[in-house]
Design a protein around this ligand. Structure first.
Ligand SMILES: Cc1cc2nc3c(=O)[nH]c(=O)nc-3n(C[C@H](O)[C@H](O)[C@H](O)COP(=O)(O)OP(=O)(O)OC[C@H]3O[C@@H](n4cnc5c(N)ncnc54)[C@H](O)[C@@H]3O)c2cc1C
Length: 362
Protein backbone atom coordinates (compact mmCIF):
# COMPACT_ATOMS: atom_id res chain seq x y z
CA UNK A 1 0.00 0.00 0.00
CA UNK A 2 1.46 3.46 -0.85
CA UNK A 3 2.66 5.52 2.13
CA UNK A 4 -0.28 7.84 2.88
CA UNK A 5 0.75 10.88 4.84
CA UNK A 6 2.38 12.66 1.91
CA UNK A 7 -0.76 14.62 0.99
CA UNK A 8 -0.06 16.57 4.17
CA UNK A 9 3.64 16.96 3.44
CA UNK A 10 5.70 19.95 2.34
CA UNK A 11 8.99 18.05 2.16
CA UNK A 12 10.11 14.43 2.01
CA UNK A 13 13.42 13.37 3.56
CA UNK A 14 14.74 10.23 1.86
CA UNK A 15 16.76 8.42 4.54
CA UNK A 16 16.36 8.49 8.32
CA UNK A 17 19.94 8.63 9.60
CA UNK A 18 21.41 11.51 11.62
CA UNK A 19 21.37 13.80 8.58
CA UNK A 20 17.75 13.06 7.62
CA UNK A 21 16.38 13.11 11.17
CA UNK A 22 18.03 16.34 12.29
CA UNK A 23 17.10 17.96 8.96
CA UNK A 24 13.50 16.82 9.51
CA UNK A 25 13.43 18.24 13.05
CA UNK A 26 14.81 21.64 12.02
CA UNK A 27 12.46 21.89 9.01
CA UNK A 28 9.45 20.96 11.15
CA UNK A 29 10.51 23.47 13.81
CA UNK A 30 10.67 26.07 11.01
CA UNK A 31 6.99 25.35 10.28
CA UNK A 32 7.06 22.78 7.46
CA UNK A 33 5.12 19.49 7.36
CA UNK A 34 7.73 16.77 7.01
CA UNK A 35 7.78 13.06 6.12
CA UNK A 36 10.83 10.80 6.43
CA UNK A 37 11.07 7.66 4.27
CA UNK A 38 13.56 4.91 5.03
CA UNK A 39 14.20 1.71 3.12
CA UNK A 40 14.89 -0.09 6.40
CA UNK A 41 14.46 1.07 9.97
CA UNK A 42 14.99 4.63 11.16
CA UNK A 43 18.47 5.31 12.54
CA UNK A 44 20.00 1.86 12.07
CA UNK A 45 22.74 2.42 9.46
CA UNK A 46 26.01 4.41 9.54
CA UNK A 47 24.72 6.92 12.08
CA UNK A 48 24.03 4.07 14.52
CA UNK A 49 27.34 2.31 13.78
CA UNK A 50 29.71 5.24 14.26
CA UNK A 51 31.97 6.13 17.16
CA UNK A 52 30.31 9.44 18.07
CA UNK A 53 33.54 11.46 18.14
CA UNK A 54 32.55 15.05 17.35
CA UNK A 55 35.67 16.10 15.47
CA UNK A 56 37.82 15.13 12.51
CA UNK A 57 40.40 12.56 13.60
CA UNK A 58 43.42 14.59 12.40
CA UNK A 59 41.95 18.04 11.70
CA UNK A 60 45.10 19.37 9.99
CA UNK A 61 44.58 16.88 7.13
CA UNK A 62 41.36 18.59 6.05
CA UNK A 63 40.54 21.67 3.94
CA UNK A 64 38.82 24.76 5.39
CA UNK A 65 35.49 23.80 3.77
CA UNK A 66 35.27 20.80 6.09
CA UNK A 67 36.62 22.55 9.18
CA UNK A 68 34.09 25.38 8.92
CA UNK A 69 31.23 22.87 9.04
CA UNK A 70 32.88 21.13 11.98
CA UNK A 71 33.41 24.26 14.09
CA UNK A 72 29.89 25.51 13.39
CA UNK A 73 28.48 22.14 14.47
CA UNK A 74 30.73 21.61 17.51
CA UNK A 75 29.53 24.91 18.93
CA UNK A 76 25.90 23.74 18.73
CA UNK A 77 26.16 20.16 20.01
CA UNK A 78 25.87 20.81 23.73
CA UNK A 79 22.71 22.83 23.32
CA UNK A 80 21.28 20.39 20.75
CA UNK A 81 21.73 17.36 23.02
CA UNK A 82 20.62 19.18 26.19
CA UNK A 83 17.44 20.31 24.41
CA UNK A 84 16.75 16.81 23.06
CA UNK A 85 17.15 15.40 26.59
CA UNK A 86 14.75 17.98 27.98
CA UNK A 87 12.20 17.41 25.20
CA UNK A 88 12.30 13.60 24.98
CA UNK A 89 13.79 12.32 28.24
CA UNK A 90 16.40 10.39 26.19
CA UNK A 91 20.00 11.35 26.99
CA UNK A 92 22.30 11.39 23.92
CA UNK A 93 25.23 11.41 26.39
CA UNK A 94 27.15 14.38 25.03
CA UNK A 95 30.37 14.22 27.08
CA UNK A 96 33.26 16.69 26.73
CA UNK A 97 35.75 13.88 27.35
CA UNK A 98 38.52 15.37 25.17
CA UNK A 99 40.72 13.46 22.73
CA UNK A 100 44.34 12.44 23.32
CA UNK A 101 46.16 11.88 20.02
CA UNK A 102 49.26 9.70 20.30
CA UNK A 103 51.93 9.87 17.63
CA UNK A 104 52.08 6.58 15.70
CA UNK A 105 54.04 4.87 12.94
CA UNK A 106 51.80 6.28 10.22
CA UNK A 107 50.44 9.47 11.75
CA UNK A 108 52.98 12.01 13.02
CA UNK A 109 52.05 15.12 14.95
CA UNK A 110 53.31 18.11 12.88
CA UNK A 111 55.82 20.50 14.51
CA UNK A 112 53.60 23.54 13.96
CA UNK A 113 50.42 21.84 15.22
CA UNK A 114 49.81 24.24 18.13
CA UNK A 115 50.06 27.30 15.89
CA UNK A 116 47.79 25.59 13.33
CA UNK A 117 45.24 24.83 16.05
CA UNK A 118 45.31 28.42 17.26
CA UNK A 119 44.31 29.68 13.79
CA UNK A 120 41.06 27.73 14.30
CA UNK A 121 40.65 28.83 17.93
CA UNK A 122 41.60 25.39 19.31
CA UNK A 123 43.42 25.30 22.62
CA UNK A 124 45.63 22.23 22.17
CA UNK A 125 48.50 21.03 24.40
CA UNK A 126 51.52 18.91 23.51
CA UNK A 127 52.75 16.22 25.90
CA UNK A 128 56.51 16.33 26.51
CA UNK A 129 57.19 12.60 26.86
CA UNK A 130 57.87 10.15 23.98
CA UNK A 131 55.91 9.17 21.98
CA UNK A 132 54.55 12.64 21.57
CA UNK A 133 50.91 13.31 22.41
CA UNK A 134 48.48 16.07 21.54
CA UNK A 135 45.65 16.86 23.95
CA UNK A 136 42.50 18.26 22.33
CA UNK A 137 40.23 19.23 25.24
CA UNK A 138 37.38 20.63 23.13
CA UNK A 139 36.53 17.30 21.47
CA UNK A 140 33.28 15.82 22.80
CA UNK A 141 31.46 12.57 22.09
CA UNK A 142 27.84 11.43 21.79
CA UNK A 143 26.35 7.97 22.15
CA UNK A 144 24.98 7.60 18.64
CA UNK A 145 22.18 5.05 19.20
CA UNK A 146 20.79 7.25 21.98
CA UNK A 147 21.17 10.41 19.91
CA UNK A 148 19.18 8.76 17.12
CA UNK A 149 16.52 7.49 19.52
CA UNK A 150 16.16 11.03 20.91
CA UNK A 151 15.94 12.48 17.39
CA UNK A 152 13.28 9.94 16.35
CA UNK A 153 11.28 10.71 19.51
CA UNK A 154 11.51 14.45 18.79
CA UNK A 155 10.33 13.80 15.21
CA UNK A 156 7.23 12.03 16.54
CA UNK A 157 6.56 14.89 18.98
CA UNK A 158 6.66 17.33 16.07
CA UNK A 159 4.19 15.26 14.05
CA UNK A 160 6.80 14.23 11.50
CA UNK A 161 5.65 11.09 9.69
CA UNK A 162 8.27 8.30 9.77
CA UNK A 163 7.75 5.62 7.11
CA UNK A 164 10.01 2.59 7.52
CA UNK A 165 10.50 -0.20 4.94
CA UNK A 166 9.80 2.30 2.13
CA UNK A 167 12.64 2.41 -0.38
CA UNK A 168 12.73 5.30 -2.85
CA UNK A 169 13.51 3.91 -6.29
CA UNK A 170 13.17 6.95 -8.57
CA UNK A 171 11.90 10.49 -9.12
CA UNK A 172 9.23 12.04 -11.32
CA UNK A 173 9.20 15.60 -12.68
CA UNK A 174 7.10 17.77 -14.99
CA UNK A 175 9.27 20.24 -16.85
CA UNK A 176 11.91 20.77 -14.19
CA UNK A 177 9.52 20.71 -11.20
CA UNK A 178 9.65 17.64 -8.95
CA UNK A 179 6.30 15.85 -8.85
CA UNK A 180 7.14 13.12 -6.36
CA UNK A 181 9.10 9.94 -5.73
CA UNK A 182 8.62 6.32 -6.77
CA UNK A 183 8.89 3.94 -3.84
CA UNK A 184 8.66 0.25 -3.06
CA UNK A 185 5.13 0.97 -1.77
CA UNK A 186 3.97 3.19 -4.64
CA UNK A 187 4.26 6.77 -5.93
CA UNK A 188 4.37 9.56 -3.32
CA UNK A 189 3.63 13.08 -4.60
CA UNK A 190 5.86 15.88 -3.30
CA UNK A 191 7.12 19.23 -4.56
CA UNK A 192 10.17 19.12 -2.31
CA UNK A 193 12.39 16.20 -1.40
CA UNK A 194 15.88 15.85 0.06
CA UNK A 195 18.12 12.85 -0.55
CA UNK A 196 19.64 12.02 2.85
CA UNK A 197 20.31 8.39 1.99
CA UNK A 198 23.90 8.18 3.24
CA UNK A 199 26.09 5.67 1.38
CA UNK A 200 23.17 4.84 -0.96
CA UNK A 201 22.75 8.45 -2.13
CA UNK A 202 25.05 8.23 -5.16
CA UNK A 203 23.24 5.15 -6.46
CA UNK A 204 19.84 6.78 -5.93
CA UNK A 205 20.84 10.07 -7.54
CA UNK A 206 22.01 8.25 -10.67
CA UNK A 207 18.24 8.11 -11.39
CA UNK A 208 18.23 11.90 -11.80
CA UNK A 209 21.16 11.99 -14.21
CA UNK A 210 23.43 13.60 -11.59
CA UNK A 211 26.33 11.30 -10.79
CA UNK A 212 28.02 12.06 -7.46
CA UNK A 213 31.15 10.28 -6.22
CA UNK A 214 29.55 9.02 -3.01
CA UNK A 215 30.68 5.44 -2.33
CA UNK A 216 30.18 3.05 0.58
CA UNK A 217 33.25 2.74 2.83
CA UNK A 218 32.87 0.01 5.43
CA UNK A 219 33.93 0.67 9.00
CA UNK A 220 34.06 -2.09 11.63
CA UNK A 221 33.87 -1.55 15.38
CA UNK A 222 34.32 -3.59 18.57
CA UNK A 223 32.50 -3.06 21.85
CA UNK A 224 34.53 -4.03 24.92
CA UNK A 225 33.45 -4.40 28.53
CA UNK A 226 35.71 -1.86 30.25
CA UNK A 227 35.70 -0.85 33.90
CA UNK A 228 33.74 2.20 35.01
CA UNK A 229 36.05 5.23 35.08
CA UNK A 230 39.15 3.27 33.94
CA UNK A 231 39.56 5.50 30.87
CA UNK A 232 38.09 8.98 30.94
CA UNK A 233 39.25 10.44 27.63
CA UNK A 234 39.13 9.31 24.03
CA UNK A 235 42.48 7.95 22.79
CA UNK A 236 43.72 7.79 19.21
CA UNK A 237 46.72 6.44 17.34
CA UNK A 238 47.24 5.72 13.63
CA UNK A 239 43.57 6.25 12.74
CA UNK A 240 42.34 3.86 15.44
CA UNK A 241 40.60 5.07 18.57
CA UNK A 242 39.09 4.10 21.90
CA UNK A 243 35.90 5.82 23.03
CA UNK A 244 34.95 5.24 26.69
CA UNK A 245 31.21 5.50 27.32
CA UNK A 246 29.71 6.76 30.55
CA UNK A 247 28.80 3.25 31.79
CA UNK A 248 32.31 1.81 31.34
CA UNK A 249 31.78 0.24 27.91
CA UNK A 250 34.60 1.00 25.45
CA UNK A 251 34.35 1.27 21.68
CA UNK A 252 37.41 0.34 19.63
CA UNK A 253 37.32 1.62 16.05
CA UNK A 254 37.60 1.47 13.19
CA UNK A 255 38.51 -0.02 9.86
CA UNK A 256 38.18 1.68 6.49
CA UNK A 257 37.42 -0.79 3.70
CA UNK A 258 36.09 -0.78 0.17
CA UNK A 259 33.69 -3.73 0.16
CA UNK A 260 30.71 -2.35 -1.78
CA UNK A 261 27.44 -2.56 0.18
CA UNK A 262 28.63 -5.66 2.12
CA UNK A 263 28.20 -5.13 5.87
CA UNK A 264 29.82 -8.38 7.02
CA UNK A 265 32.31 -8.33 9.88
CA UNK A 266 35.65 -10.12 9.66
CA UNK A 267 38.10 -11.86 12.02
CA UNK A 268 40.89 -9.78 10.48
CA UNK A 269 39.24 -6.54 11.58
CA UNK A 270 38.48 -7.98 15.02
CA UNK A 271 42.16 -8.83 15.52
CA UNK A 272 43.32 -5.46 14.16
CA UNK A 273 41.06 -3.53 16.53
CA UNK A 274 41.84 -5.75 19.52
CA UNK A 275 45.61 -5.46 18.90
CA UNK A 276 45.31 -1.69 18.82
CA UNK A 277 43.14 -1.57 21.96
CA UNK A 278 45.47 -3.76 24.02
CA UNK A 279 48.59 -1.92 22.85
CA UNK A 280 47.31 1.47 23.98
CA UNK A 281 45.58 0.09 27.08
CA UNK A 282 46.99 -3.33 28.10
CA UNK A 283 44.26 -3.94 30.75
CA UNK A 284 41.83 -4.50 27.87
CA UNK A 285 43.54 -7.85 27.12
CA UNK A 286 41.42 -9.50 29.76
CA UNK A 287 38.04 -7.91 29.07
CA UNK A 288 35.22 -9.57 27.11
CA UNK A 289 34.33 -8.49 23.56
CA UNK A 290 30.62 -7.78 23.72
CA UNK A 291 29.90 -7.09 20.08
CA UNK A 292 31.39 -6.48 16.63
CA UNK A 293 29.54 -4.62 13.88
CA UNK A 294 30.06 -2.62 10.74
CA UNK A 295 28.50 0.38 9.03
CA UNK A 296 28.76 1.96 5.59
CA UNK A 297 30.14 5.48 5.57
CA UNK A 298 28.95 7.70 2.72
CA UNK A 299 32.46 8.19 1.30
CA UNK A 300 33.38 11.46 -0.40
CA UNK A 301 36.53 13.43 -1.14
CA UNK A 302 37.96 14.91 2.10
CA UNK A 303 34.65 14.11 3.89
CA UNK A 304 33.12 17.21 2.28
CA UNK A 305 29.39 16.55 1.86
CA UNK A 306 27.15 17.61 -0.99
CA UNK A 307 24.45 19.94 0.34
CA UNK A 308 22.26 21.76 -2.17
CA UNK A 309 19.81 21.62 -5.07
CA UNK A 310 20.07 18.90 -7.73
CA UNK A 311 20.67 20.51 -11.14
CA UNK A 312 17.67 20.26 -13.48
CA UNK A 313 15.27 19.26 -10.68
CA UNK A 314 13.33 22.13 -9.11
CA UNK A 315 12.49 21.11 -5.53
CA UNK A 316 14.99 18.24 -5.22
CA UNK A 317 17.96 18.61 -2.85
CA UNK A 318 20.82 16.47 -1.54
CA UNK A 319 22.52 16.33 1.86
CA UNK A 320 24.87 13.37 1.66
CA UNK A 321 28.48 12.25 1.42
CA UNK A 322 29.55 13.19 4.96
CA UNK A 323 31.97 10.23 4.98
CA UNK A 324 33.72 10.06 8.37
CA UNK A 325 32.01 13.06 9.98
CA UNK A 326 28.27 12.88 9.43
CA UNK A 327 27.45 12.85 13.13
CA UNK A 328 29.78 15.75 13.75
CA UNK A 329 28.39 17.80 10.88
CA UNK A 330 24.67 17.09 11.23
CA UNK A 331 23.87 20.47 12.91
CA UNK A 332 25.48 22.58 10.17
CA UNK A 333 23.88 20.44 7.48
CA UNK A 334 20.41 20.79 9.01
CA UNK A 335 20.74 24.57 9.28
CA UNK A 336 21.84 24.81 5.64
CA UNK A 337 18.84 22.71 4.56
CA UNK A 338 16.51 25.06 6.45
CA UNK A 339 18.02 28.02 4.62
CA UNK A 340 17.34 26.34 1.23
CA UNK A 341 13.77 25.33 2.00
CA UNK A 342 12.80 28.53 3.86
CA UNK A 343 14.70 30.74 1.38
CA UNK A 344 16.63 32.45 4.20
CA UNK A 345 20.34 33.42 4.16
CA UNK A 346 22.62 30.41 4.75
CA UNK A 347 24.43 30.20 8.11
CA UNK A 348 27.84 29.93 6.39
CA UNK A 349 29.40 29.96 2.93
CA UNK A 350 27.69 27.04 1.15
CA UNK A 351 29.51 27.18 -2.18
CA UNK A 352 32.00 24.40 -1.30
CA UNK A 353 29.13 21.91 -0.85
CA UNK A 354 27.30 22.63 -4.14
CA UNK A 355 26.34 19.75 -6.45
CA UNK A 356 29.03 20.24 -9.08
CA UNK A 357 30.97 17.58 -10.94
CA UNK A 358 33.92 17.70 -10.90
CA UNK A 359 34.09 19.48 -7.54
CA UNK A 360 36.03 22.73 -7.31
CA UNK A 361 39.35 22.66 -5.40
CA UNK A 362 38.56 23.29 -1.70
C1 LIG B 1 32.41 2.60 11.95
C2 LIG B 1 32.03 4.04 11.76
C3 LIG B 1 32.53 5.00 12.63
C4 LIG B 1 32.16 6.34 12.49
N1 LIG B 1 32.55 7.23 13.43
C5 LIG B 1 32.13 8.53 13.35
C6 LIG B 1 32.47 9.46 14.36
O1 LIG B 1 33.10 9.10 15.35
N2 LIG B 1 32.06 10.76 14.20
C7 LIG B 1 31.33 11.16 13.11
O2 LIG B 1 31.02 12.35 13.01
N3 LIG B 1 30.99 10.28 12.15
C8 LIG B 1 31.37 8.98 12.24
N4 LIG B 1 31.06 8.09 11.26
C9 LIG B 1 30.43 8.58 10.03
C10 LIG B 1 28.95 8.83 10.24
O3 LIG B 1 28.40 7.71 10.88
C11 LIG B 1 28.29 9.07 8.88
O4 LIG B 1 28.94 10.11 8.20
C12 LIG B 1 26.83 9.48 9.10
O5 LIG B 1 26.20 8.52 9.89
C13 LIG B 1 26.08 9.65 7.80
O6 LIG B 1 24.74 9.89 8.15
P1 LIG B 1 23.59 9.72 7.08
O7 LIG B 1 22.32 10.09 7.75
O8 LIG B 1 23.99 10.43 5.84
O9 LIG B 1 23.63 8.16 6.70
P2 LIG B 1 22.98 6.88 7.40
O10 LIG B 1 23.02 6.97 8.86
O11 LIG B 1 23.60 5.69 6.76
O12 LIG B 1 21.45 7.00 7.00
C14 LIG B 1 21.03 6.85 5.67
C15 LIG B 1 19.63 6.24 5.72
O13 LIG B 1 19.09 6.26 4.39
C16 LIG B 1 18.34 5.09 4.21
N5 LIG B 1 18.23 4.85 2.75
C17 LIG B 1 19.22 4.52 1.90
N6 LIG B 1 18.76 4.42 0.65
C18 LIG B 1 17.42 4.68 0.71
C19 LIG B 1 16.37 4.69 -0.26
N7 LIG B 1 16.61 4.43 -1.57
N8 LIG B 1 15.12 4.98 0.16
C20 LIG B 1 14.86 5.25 1.47
N9 LIG B 1 15.82 5.22 2.43
C21 LIG B 1 17.08 4.95 2.04
C22 LIG B 1 19.12 4.02 4.96
O14 LIG B 1 18.32 2.91 5.29
C23 LIG B 1 19.62 4.80 6.18
O15 LIG B 1 18.74 4.65 7.29
C24 LIG B 1 31.35 6.73 11.40
C25 LIG B 1 30.86 5.77 10.53
C26 LIG B 1 31.18 4.43 10.71
C27 LIG B 1 30.59 3.40 9.78
Amino acid sequence: MPAKASAQTDVLLIGGGAIGLLGAIKLAEAGLRVTVLDQGHIGQEASWAGGGILSPLYPWHYPPALLRLVLYSMQRYFSLTATLLEQTGIDPEWIPSGLLIMEGEQEKIPNDVLAWGRTWGLDWRLGLQEPQTLWCPEVAQVRNPRLLAAMAARCRQLGIVLHENTAVTGFRKQGEQLQGVETSTGFIPAEHAIVTAGAWSGKLLDETGTHLDIIPVRGQMLLLQGKLGAINTMLMRDNHYLVPRRDGLILAGSTSELAGFDKSTTDEARNELLDFATQVYPDLERVPILKQWSGLRPGSQDSIPYIGPVPGWEGLFVAAGHFRYGLTNAPATADILVSFLMKTPPPLDINPYAILTPRPAQ
